[in-house]
Design a protein around this ligand. Structure first.
Ligand code: HH2
Length: 317
């Protein structure tokens, strides 16, 4: 599905929503923007990150009691900040702060509780981080507070389905990652049947982008993510990783998060979370070779080094 522009315009006409069609036909679509300039500046509200010069590494900082691999480790803001400092020293190009677990079956938390976990860590990191700070939230209220208090961009695993979220982005100019997920984390694994997995994920993201553009978000603000593990079986997540490059034809930087996920455990014949690190590195390299602009990982240092080799090999080609 590596479509050329005319093919994309046809795809948009044939398959997507009326809004998508309108935008494609008006020639204002995001893919035209990105196809013109492959090197883009991800311009956060306070800090920026250059994309398109090798794959960037986004370090995960989970401020939750129940994240699937590291829940409870960084609940104390001092531990969280110390961990963030480690990730920065290891070469993270961005940090992603999450205060609500999105693992399958996770219990939702209130905006108030989510913000209470985020606020002290964000305040400290805003003071010291040289790299953009992303806030991993589905809630516009949490995103609004975070952007007003030092966050640079929003990582919305809800795929920008909320109109309030889209209008917040239009108002602030903050960049956002639109990720594919079916329903909510609590229910997403109940239905993993797709007639056409890649087509459906692609269509969802295309519509998310079209809706955001219609609501006044600029194409330079948007990134897309196929959402490995979100409402997908391990086999389906592997298929999306194998074809991650297809999503580039949406015309926007692609983000991929495979780190520690069950797809890796599955590929290793049932390995537990603490035995998935090497497979996670391989997944990051695969995503980068597929053309992902950002990989979201827990093991920052090893990923930076693995991608350095990939960069050297690509330059030697
Ligand atoms: N995966 C997780 C959380 N946020 N955001 C994007 N854009 N892409 C992803 O693949 C992604 C994400 C799940 O990982 P983790 O944060 O480690 O777990 P939990 O949700 O349990 O906190």
């Amino acid at each position: 599905m590596r479509a050329s522009l005319p093919e994309l315009a046809r795809l948009a006409r044939d398959t997507a929503s009326p809004e998508m069609r309108e935008l494609a036909l008006a020639g204002r679509s995001a893919f035209q923007f990105y196809t013109r300039s492959r090197r883009v500046l991800l311009e956060g509200l306070h800090r920026s990150c250059r994309l398109g010069e090798g794959c960037r590494v986004m370090g995960v900082l989970n401020l939750t009691p129940d994240s699937f691999s590291d829940g409870g480790r960084f609940l104390d803001p001092r531990d969280a900040v110390a961990h963030a400092e480690r990730l920065l020293a290891e070469g993270a190009h961005l940090l992603d702060l999450g205060a609500e677990s999105t693992r399958p079956g996770a219990r939702p938390v209130s905006a108030r509780a989510e913000w209470a976990r985020l606020a002290p860590v964000l305040a400290r990191l805003h003071a010291i981080s040289p790299v953009p700070l992303s806030v991993d939230t589905r809630k516009p209220e949490v995103a609004r507070r975070a952007l007003a208090n030092g966050a640079d961009l929003v990582n919305d695993v809800g795929g920008l389905r909320s109109e309030e979220m889209r209008s917040l982005l239009a108002r602030t100019g903050a960049p956002a990652i639109a990720m594919h997920m079916r329903g909510s984390p609590a229910r997403m694994q109940r239905n993993t049947r797709y007639a056409d997995l890649r087509g459906e994920v692609y269509g969802f993201l295309a519509e998310a982008v079209a809706r955001a553009l219609r609501d006044g978000v600029g194409p330079e603000q948007l990134l897309v993510d196929p959402g490995l593990g979100f409402g997908k079986t391990p086999e389906q997540s592997l298929e999306l990783l194998a074809h991650a490059g297809e999503f580039r034809s949406l015309g926007l930087p692609v983000v991929v998060g495979a780190s520690r996920k069950s797809m890796l455990g599955f590929a290793l014949g049932g390995a537990p979370v603490n035995e998935r690190a090497e497979a996670g590195l391989a997944a990051a390299v695969i995503a980068a070779r597929e053309g992902a602009s950002i990989v979201r990982v827990h093991e920052v240092g090893p990923t930076v080094r693995a991608l350095a080799l990939l960069g050297a090999v690509e330059r030697a080609r």
